[in-house]
Design a protein. Structure first.
Ligand SMILES: NC(=O)c1ccc[n+]([C@@H]2O[C@H](COP(=O)([O-])OP(=O)(O)OC[C@H]3O[C@@H](n4cnc5c(N)ncnc54)[C@H](OP(=O)(O)O)[C@@H]3O)[C@@H](O)[C@H]2O)c1
Length: 303
């Protein structure tokens, strides 16, 4: 058995200041890695920095405050990380927020779609240069692969009609499934892509924006039925130490998810990639984070 200690890695965690992301940040700092944690609340980032200071890891933790539902903010974060951390070994995508009412971002996009799906598309593609500098680059998208509920509403992805919390979350969950399929099929980044379902996890931060009765019910249920954030962060941490060989893997807790599920349809994945490129262009003109265009991106304009 080899006694070699793996060299320290650089890990970027979106949503690294609470819940599963924060548990992963703590775990990786404990293993000697450099970590960039992104979140929107300054107090959560400052608390994490103070904790790292106490454990002697402050020099290895960077907190980036950003509102990731905005394309302009994701661009700023990618520019900053690329300048300060030219090599990123693993990007872990965990930022999400559950909203009871439909909200639009300052850029005019539906919030859940913008944060839970679009920021992940942009971070993964935008950091391709820094990921390509790592020997075994990895992206872990913490979402809900294996769930069949929900779909991309091609006629109204911004859910202007009939917004419901579960509908918005499930649409972005399925969009992340398709993002993994499309990412793995693209030549622009060598990163292995893992879609990871953590299962029901006791992370009260996720319920802060829900109504009091719903949040209370979830809290009570979580006491008996949920995993701890530390437990949920275990599989992504192990994947960082030993990235899979396959371009795309989907895992529900420890179990592999069938890649043949209709939720991973390659035609839908290519269609979503085209629609996403169009949406970004319609919203901000263009973005340096967009991946190189492939013939597939130009095809199927009739969809
Ligand atoms: N918990 C579960 O039971 C469960 C089950 C299945 C899947 N998942 C998925 O697992 C992932 C992590 O969930 P979790 O329960 O650990 O979440 P969480 O405890 O609510 O943490 C979410 C993280 O995202 C950050 N965030 C939220 N809105 C943001 C914004 N607009 N801009 C930047 N950062 C933002 C939060 O920081 P700020 O609050 O400071 O912004 C926090 O660091 C999510 O994708 C979730 O869908 C969770």
């Amino acid at each position: 058995m080899s006694s070699e200690i793996p060299p320290p890695r650089t890990i970027v965690v979106s949503g690294g200041t609470d819940g599963i992301g924060r548990a992963l940040v703590r775990d990786r700092l404990g293993r000697g890695d450099r970590v960039v944690a992104i979140g929107s609340t300054p107090g959560k980032g400052e608390a994490l920095l103070a904790e790292a200071e106490r454990s002697g890891a402050a020099g290895r933790l960077t907190f980036l405050r950003a509102e990731l539902s905005l394309i302009a903010e994701v661009e700023r974060v990618v520019e900053r990380i690329s300048a300060t951390h030219p090599r990123v070994d693993a990007l872990v995508l965990g930022a999400n927020r559950v909203l009871t009412r439909r909200q639009e971002t300052a850029e005019g996009l539906e919030f859940t779609f913008a944060l839970y799906y679009l920021s992940r598309y942009l971070l993964g593609h935008g950091l391709r240069g820094a990921l390509a500098a790592a020997p075994e680059p990895l992206i872990v998208n913490i979402s809900a692969p294996g769930l069949k509920a929900g779909r991309v509403h091609w006629d109204d992805p911004q859910l202007t009609d009939n917004y419901r919390t579960v509908r918005a979350q499930a649409q972005s969950g399925r969009a992340n499934d398709l993002l993994g399929v499309d990412f793995a099929a693209r030549p622009s980044s060598p990163a292995r892509y893992v879609l990871y379902h953590p299962g029901f996890t006791r992370s009260p931060g996720s319920w802060a924006h829900l109504s009091w009765p719903v949040a209370t019910s979830l809290r009570l249920l979580a006491r008996v039925a949920a995993r701890s954030p530390e437990e949920a962060a275990g599989p992504p941490s192990r994947l960082i130490d030993a990235p899979p060989a396959e371009p795309l893997t989907a895992v529900d807790r420890g179990r592999p998810v069938d890649p043949g599920l209709p939720t991973f349809d390659p035609g839908d994945a290519a269609r979503l990639a085209r629609e996403t490129r169009r949406l970004i262009r319609a919203t901000v003109g263009t973005s340096p984070l967009l991946p190189d265009e492939t013939p597939n991106d130009q095809a199927g304009a009739e969809n």
